[in-house]
Design a protein around this ligand. Structure first.
Ligand code: HEC
Length: 140
């Protein structure tokens, strides 16, 4: 092995570790904790139930709410009789269900109520009655 190669290897080995470590992720804003609904609401901005559906839920349930099947199984919310009683979808959003994360931890009580009402009254669903923010709060 010639001297140039040896020198190059020696220099590479001597490189400071800090040069190889990626910069740490930016800190969360002060006062924000994981599962902080206010933090989630600030990230999302003011949003209607419809906007929350398309920005958050549609990532898995698709924009037409017909769900998808592939590497995972995302049930259709369109024409879904499991949405008849509002407490059920609200509970799923707040607590999560198997493959569905507890998205509601990043939403305010009002936002959970709004998005639940939106899916219960769209996509072929015509369920009556609304869940209130106070009722969502009681589910947490
Ligand atoms: C990261 C993917 C993901 C996101 C985002 C997501 N879901 Fe889900 N959701 C799932 C999966 C997966 C299931 C199926 C869970 C199971 O049955 O095991 C599910 C199930 C549900 C169910 C139960 C359906 C039934 O027939 O029992 C409801 C209701 C629901 N989701 C509503 C929502 C709403 C409303 C949002 C947005 C606020 C949302 N989901 C966002 C993945 C997601």
């Amino acid at each position: 092995m010639n001297k140039l190669i040896l020198t190059t290897i020696a220099l590479a080995m001597a490189a400071p570790v800090s040069a190889q470590t990626p910069a740490p992720a930016p800190a969360r804003p002060a006062g924000a904790a994981a599962g902080d609904a206010a933090f989630g609401a600030r990230m999302l901005g003011p949003a209607t139930g419809e906007q929350i559906f398309h920005r958050v839920c549609a990532a898995c349930h698709m924009h037409d709410a017909k769900g998808a099947e592939g590497a995972g199984r995302y049930p259709a919310l369109a024409g879904n009789r499991n949405l008849a009683v509002p407490a059920y979808p609200a509970m799923v959003v707040v607590k999560g269900l198997n493959g569905m994360p507890a998205i509601g931890q990043m939403l305010t009580d009002e936002q959970v109520a709004d998005v639940v009402t939106y899916v219960r009254s769209n996509f072929g669903n015509k369920f009556k009655g609304k869940i209130t923010a106070a009722e969502v709060k009681a589910l947490r």
